[in-house]
Write a protein that binds this ligand. Structure first.
Ligand code: CA
Length: 378
């Protein structure tokens, strides 16, 4: 279960960390999906679907549910493209935290916490998982519900199962998704998520949904897709509680600042060290990455009013510090180039802006953020 969830999330490039992800899915009508992410007819897929439906019927899925689920389902070419080309973006911890705790995310997070304060408090009371931790997971996974994914889950998981690279895993996900429809937790039209099948505000894959999702608002449906995040947030709390979250224990702290004893980790060489606790390991059951768990913990701390980290990170491979990279982004912005979010992270948009600047200046076009570029922009 956890391993499965881990590689799904790792493969997403963290959909919630979409600040510099040009392919981020936002809340939008299905018709606004890029054409390569819409289901299309495919003879091989149709043959596979027919045989799968026999297996699904044998597993207890009704003909009614199968008819409804597959009525508009099809092969999604863009899902396979993404599955083939996924490269875990290698971000340093400094870059990861810059994105995870960007000003935009903090602002949206404070608004979301204010709006759902009562809901979060009720969830904390029932599951013993602190409201700020639940809010931070929400922020990391879907930017507080803004980026829940709009790709039809039946088509996406069926496409991946048909493709066969991880057939057993995706057939399990597809069956779990069909059980969602069988129980009428949501409708085929609402059953949407990421290209890899992660669904709703906190990006549960279907098998995790079946194991952990809860109907917190007692309307008879475990609805993690609705605009109202109540069930989704409670489901994440349920997940952490059942993975032994200890109420009141901090996740960790920057080493040397919190008086917290714990295991010391240093994910980025010469960078900030952290003292982490058992709850840090519980966060890693959600996504088995030190960066992710620190991201959740630090975002929770920041949303609770704590300041930035006190320690510093070393210069990057080009000898630039975060303040140098921010100066490059601000210099490009001042000259009319769009760098995306000014966050000190050199992503695809900043690189494109650098290329534009270099071309306009008659320089060799590299897209590299360098000391020389910084000097030209100053
Ligand atoms: Ca409900």
């Amino acid at each position: 279960m956890y391993l499965n969830r881990r590689f799904i999330i790792a493969s997403l490039g963290a959909i919630g960390l979409a600040g510099c992800n040009a392919n981020a899915q936002t809340t939008q009508a299905a018709s606004a999906l890029p054409s390569d992410l819409r289901p299309i007819a495919n003879a091989g897929f149709a043959n596979w679907s027919a045989s799968f439906r026999t297996r699904a019927a044998g597993a207890g899925i009704s003909a009614h549910t199968l008819d409804a689920a597959f009525a508009d389902a099809g092969y999604i070419p863009g899902v396979i493209t993404r599955d083939r080309t996924q490269i875990q973006t290698r971000r340093t911890l400094e870059e990861y935290l810059s994105i995870a705790t960007s000003d935009e995310r903090l602002t949206k997070g404070r608004q979301a916490i204010a709006r759902y304060a009562n809901t979060l408090a009720s969830i904390e009371a029932r599951y013993g998982v602190e409201a700020l931790i639940i809010a931070a997971i929400w922020g990391m996974e879907s930017q507080f519900g803004e980026k829940r994914g709009q790709i039809p889950v039946i088509s996406a998981t069926a496409t991946l199962a048909y493709d066969g690279r991880r057939r057993d895993f995706y057939e399990s996900q597809l069956l779990a998704a069909l059980r969602i429809l069988e129980r009428a937790d949501t409708t085929p039209a609402q059953l949407r998520g990421s290209w890899a099948g992660a669904m709703g505000h906190t990006q549960f894959i279907p098998t995790s949904y079946q194991a952990y999702a809860v109907d917190f608002d007692d309307d008879g449906r475990r609805d993690v897709w609705a605009d109202d995040p109540t069930d989704a947030l409670a489901s994440s709390a349920s997940y952490l509680a059942r993975n032994s979250w200890r109420t009141g224990l901090p996740w960790g702290s920057e080493a040397g600042t919190g008086g917290l004893s714990g295991r010391i980790i240093q994910p980025q060489r010469s960078g900030v060290k952290f003292a982490v606790t058992r709850n840090f390991d519980v966060l890693k059951t959600y996504n088995n990455s030190d960066l992710y768990a620190i991201g959740v913990g630090h975002l929770a701390d920041r949303l609770g009013g704590a300041g930035p980290l006190k320690g510093s990170f070393p210069p990057d491979a080009n000898g630039l510090t975060k303040s140098d990279r921010l100066a490059i982004q601000r210099g490009l912005t001042a000259r009319g180039y769009d760098v995306g979010t000014v966050d000190g992270v050199i992503g695809a948009e900043t690189e494109a802006a650098i290329r534009g600047f270099e071309a306009a200046q008659g320089l060799a076009v590299t897209g590299f953020a360098t000391r020389e570029l910084l000097n030209r922009l100053r």
